[in-house]
Design a protein around this ligand. Structure first.
Ligand SMILES: Cc1cc2nc3c(=O)[nH]c(=O)nc-3n(C[C@H](O)[C@H](O)[C@H](O)COP(=O)(O)OP(=O)(O)OC[C@H]3O[C@@H](n4cnc5c(N)ncnc54)[C@H](O)[C@@H]3O)c2cc1C
Ligand SMILES: *[C@@H]1O[C@H](CO)[C@@H](O)[C@H](O)[C@H]1NC(C)=O
Ligand SMILES: *[C@@H]1O[C@H](CO)[C@@H](O)[C@H](O)[C@H]1NC(C)=O
Length: 638
C-alpha cells in the first residue's frame, strides 16, 4: 500500500516536472508561437500583459502591442527549458551514481558473506578516495562542517555546507544569474532592457518554485533515487528559495525602475493601489522577502514552531498572490504543478497517518520519564511497519502538541514473535483477551532528549504523573529514511548522547545478521560518549538484549566514554567487550586502531554533536587514501 503510494507520488513529481517542461514553461502552443500564430495564452502575453497591465493605471501610452511573441519572449521559454534540463541532468547523474554504488555494494556483500578476510575490499581506489577526501566528505574550509557557528550560546548562525554541496550551490546560483541576463540587449533603450530583465526574472522565479517545493517534501522519491538525504535537500531548498526571492525582487525592481524612469514614483504607488495585476505581484514579492528574513538558522532553531507556521502562512499568501498575478500568463501552468506537488504531498502524509494509526484501537503511546532529562516513548501502532535500521518517524500527540509533529529515530521495535514468546513465558499472570491483543501488536520505542518545546512538555507531564509515566493517543507518521550497512566488513558506529537512538538498531541488526550469515560485517564497534553514567539507563534493557544475542562476542565491541563522571568508582568495565573510560576519546587513535584491525571495506557513522562529527570527519578523511572507508553523518537538526 505504502509502496504503491510512494510510487504514485513519484509519478506525480515526474508529471509535475514534465508539465513544467512541456506545458508549464512553454505553453502547448510553443511551436505555434514560434511560427507566429499566437493564441491568447501565448508568450506574447508575457511581454504585453506584464508591460501593459501596469499601463492601465499609468498615463503615458504604451507602445502598440506586437502581434506575436518577441524574440525575448521565446528566449524566456528557452531559458526555462534549459533550467528544467539542468534539473533532469542533476537527478540523472545522481541516480546513475546511486545505481552504481548499489551494484558495488551488492557484489561486495555477496562476495564477502563467507569470506572472513575481505582483503581486496580494504584497498581504496585512489581516484575515488581523492574525490571523497577533497570533495564528497570535505567541509568547505578546514575541518568545520557540522559544528554550528554561534554568536552566543543561544543564537547559532548555522552550519557550513560541504565542499561538493557548495560547488553545486554556487554553480546553480551562477547559472541562474547567467540565465537572468543572457541575450538581453543591454545597449537597447532603457524601457526595453528593463522590460526584458523583468520578464526573464519573473519567468525564472516561477520556474524555480518547482524544485523549491519538491525539495521541501518529506515524501520525496528523489531522496532515495539520488541518495541525497532530506537534510541536504533542505539545504538546497533554502538556497533555491533565496534564488527565487532574489529573482522576484529583481523582477519587481525592474518594473519599478522602468515606471519611475518613464512616469515617476507617484505612478508606482498608484499602480500598486489600483491594478490587481501589479498589486498581487507586489504582495507576492513582499511575502517572499518576509520569508527570506524569517528563515535564517538562528530564527529557525530558536523558534522552530513559530517559524514553521509563519513560513507556511507566508508561502500560502505568496502562492495565492502569484496565482492571481499569473492569471493571464502561460506561467500559471507551472504554478499549477507547484500547488499539485504541495497538495499531493500533504495528502500522502494524511494517508500515511490514517492508514497507520486509525482503526484497530488506534495508536497508543506510553511516555516514561528517564534519568538524565530523557523520556522513553513506546508506541503500539494500529498498523506498524516492518522496521529497518536508520529509520525515523514523526510523532504527533494531540493532547500535548496539538497538530505539531517532531521527528525522532526509532530506537527499538519489538516484533510479534518476541511478543508471542513473552505472552507464553508470562506464567501465573492473569491476562484477559484485551491484554493479549494489546501485547500482540508490534511496538516501537523512541528515546527523546528533553529540549525546550514539545519535548519539555512531554517530560514534565511524565514526571508529574504517577509512577513517572502516562499513556496518550498518538499518531506516528513514517517510516522515513533507513540505511543499510551490511556491505561493510568493518562498521564503526559513533554516538554522542541521544545520538545513540540512531545507532542501536544498526547494532542489533548487524549482530543478528552476523549470526544468521546475511551480512559482510566481521567487526562492529560502538563508541558512545555520554556525560554521566545515568544516561546508560536510556538503553539498558535493549543493551542487555543485544549482549545476550547469539555469537555477539565474536563481532561486537562497545566503548563507553563518560565525560563528566562524578567519581572514578562509576567507571568500571563490565567485560572485555564492553569497556568504559572516563573523559573524551582520542578520535584519531581509535580510527587508526580500527584501520589496523579492520576487515574489508569500512564505514564510520556518527550521530551526535557537531564537534564530534567534525573531529571524526577529519580523522576519517586523513585515512581515506589508505583505507577504503565511507563516512556517514546523521544530524538531528536542519
Ligand atoms: C531525523 C531526525 C531524528 C531525530 N531523532 C531524535 C531522537 O531519536 N531523539 C531525540 O531526542 N531527538 C531527535 N531528533 C531531534 C528532535 O526532533 C528535536 O529535538 C525535537 O523536535 C525538539 O522539539 P522541541 O519542541 O522540544 O524543540 P525546541 O526546544 O523548541 O527546539 C530544539 C531544536 O529542535 C529543532 N526542532 C524543533 N521542532 C522541530 C520539528 N518539528 N522538526 C524538526 N526540528 C525541530 C529546533 O530547530 C531546535 O534546533 C531528531 C531530529 C531529526 C531531524
Ligand atoms: C498475533 O498476531 C499474529 C499475526 O498477526 C496472529 O497470527 C496471532 O494469532 C496473534 N496472536 C494473538 C494471541 O492474538
Ligand atoms: C537474518 O536476520 C535478519 C535481522 O534480524 C533478518 O532480517 C533476516 O530475515 C534473517 N535472515 C535469515 C535468512 O534468517
Amino acid at each position: 500500500m505504502t509502496n504503491m503510494l510512494l510510487h504514485w507520488t513519484s509519478l506525480l513529481s515526474v508529471a509535475a516536472l514534465v508539465t513544467a517542461q512541456n506545458g508549464g514553461a512553454a505553453p502547448p502552443s510553443s511551436t505555434a508561437v514560434k511560427s507566429g500564430a499566437a493564441p491568447s495564452s501565448s508568450p506574447a502575453k508575457v511581454g504585453s500583459t506584464a508591460g501593459h497591465g501596469a499601463a492601465a493605471a499609468a498615463p503615458p501610452p504604451p507602445p502598440p502591442p506586437e502581434s506575436g511573441p518577441t524574440a525575448a519572449d521565446i528566449k524566456n521559454i528557452d531559458v526555462s527549458y534549459w533550467l528544467g534540463w539542468i534539473w533532469v541532468a542533476f537527478v540523472g547523474t545522481f541516480f546513475v551514481y546511486q545505481v552504481v554504488l548499489h551494484l558495488i555494494r551488492y557484489v561486495r556483500t555477496v562476495s564477502c558473506l563467507n569470506n572472513d578476510k575481505q582483503a581486496y575490499f580494504a584497498i581504496p581506489h585512489h581516484l575515488y578516495a581523492k574525490f571523497k577526501k577533497s570533495l564528497l566528505d570535505a567541509p568547505l574550509f578546514g575541518t568545520r562542517h557540522h559544528r554550528e557557528f554561534k554568536l552566543s550560546t543561544a543564537i547559532n548562525v548555522g552550519t557550513l555546507p560541504s565542499r561538493l554541496q557548495t560547488l553545486m550551490l554556487v554553480g546553480y546560483f551562477g547559472t541562474n544569474v547567467a540565465f537572468c541576463v543572457l541575450s538581453i540587449d543591454w545597449s537597447g533603450p532603457y524601457s526595453k532592457v528593463a522590460g526584458e530583465l523583468r520578464n526573464r526574472t519573473g519567468v525564472l522565479a516561477v520556474m524555480n518554485m518547482i524544485p523549491l517545493f519538491i525539495l521541501a517534501t518529506r515524501n520525496n522519491p528523489l531522496i532515495s533515487w539520488c541518495g541525497i538525504s532530506f537534510d541536504t535537500f533542505n539545504l538546497i531548498h533554502r538556497w533555491i528559495g533565496r534564488v527565487v526571492v532574489l529573482e522576484a525582487v529583481t523582477h519587481m525592481a525592474a518594473w519599478m525602475a522602468n515606471k519611475v524612469h518613464t512616469a515617476g514614483w507617484a505612478v508606482v504607488g498608484k499602480s500598486i493601489a489600483s491594478s490587481e495585476f501589479i498589486q498581487t505581484g507586489f504582495i507576492g514579492t513582499v511575502a517572499f522577502v518576509f520569508i527570506l528574513f524569517a528563515s535564517p538558522s538562528a530564527v529557525r532553531h530558536a523558534f522552530y514552531e513559530v517559524f514553521l507556521h509563519l513560513h507556511i502562512a507566508a508561502v500560502a499568501l505568496a502562492v495565492g498572490a502569484i496565482w492571481v498575478h499569473l492569471k493571464e500568463l502561460p506561467q500559471k501552468k507551472i504554478l499549477y504543478a507547484v500547488v499539485a506537488i504541495w497538495v499531493a504531498e500533504r495528502l500522502m502524509r494524511v494517508i500515511h497517518l490514517l492508514t497507520r494509526n486509525v482503526g484497530k484501537g488506534g495508536t497508543k503511546a506510553e511516555i516514561e520519564a528517564l534519568p538524565g532529562d530523557a523520556i522513553r516513548v513506546t508506541v503500539k501502532m494500529a498498523r506498524p511497519w516492518t522496521f529497518g535500521p536508520g529509520q525515523h518517524a514523526y510523532l504527533y500527540m494531540p493532547a500535548i502538541g496539538f497538530w505539531t509533529n517532531h521527528p525522532f529515530s526509532v530506537a527499538w521495535s519489538e516484533e510479534e514473535e518476541d511478543m508471542d514468546s513473552l505472552v507464553g513465558d508470562e506464567k501465573g499472570l492473569p491476562m484477559n483477551r484485551q491484554d493479549i491483543l494489546e501485547m500482540n501488536k508490534t511496538s516501537m520505542s523512541f528515546i527523546i532528549r528533553r529540549r525546550t518545546g514539545f519535548t519539555n512538555s512531554l517530560y514534565k507531564k511524565a514526571d508529574l504523573s504517577a509512577a513517572g509515566r502516562f499513556t496518550t493517543t498518538a499518531f506516528v507518521e513514517g517510516p522515513y529514511g533507513g540505511e543499510d550497512l551490511t556491505s561493510y566488513g568493518t562498521v564503526m558506529l559513533w554516538a554522542a548522547g541521544i545520538g545513540i537512538t540512531h545507532q542501536v538498531p544498526h547494532v542489533r541488526d548487524i549482530v543478528a545478521r552476523y549470526a544468521n550469515g546475511t551480512t559482510a560485517t566481521r567487526r562492529l564497534t560502538l563508541v558512545w560518549i555520554i556525560q554521566s553514567p545515568e544516561h546508560l539507563e536510556w538503553i539498558r534493557t535493549w543493551m542487555t538484549h543485544i549482549l545476550s544475542m547469539p555469537r555477539r562476542r565474536e563481532i561486537l565491541k562497545i566503548l563507553l566514554f563518560v565525560t563528566r563522571p562524578r567519581s572514578t568508582k562509576e567507571i568500571h568495565s563490565p567485560s572485555s567487550s564492553v569497556q568504559m573510560y572516563p573523559g573524551k576519546p582520542n578520535v584519531q587513535a581509535l580510527i587508526d586502531a580500527e584501520m589496523q584491525e579492520g576487515v574489508g571495506a569500512a564505514c564510520v557513522s556518527v550521530c551526535g554533536t557537531g564537534s564530534l562529527a567534525d573531529d571524526l570527519r577529519r580523522a576519517v578523511r586523513n585515512r581515506e587514501e589508505q583505507w577504503n572507508v565511507d563516512f556517514r553523518e546523521e544530524s538531528f537538526s536542519w
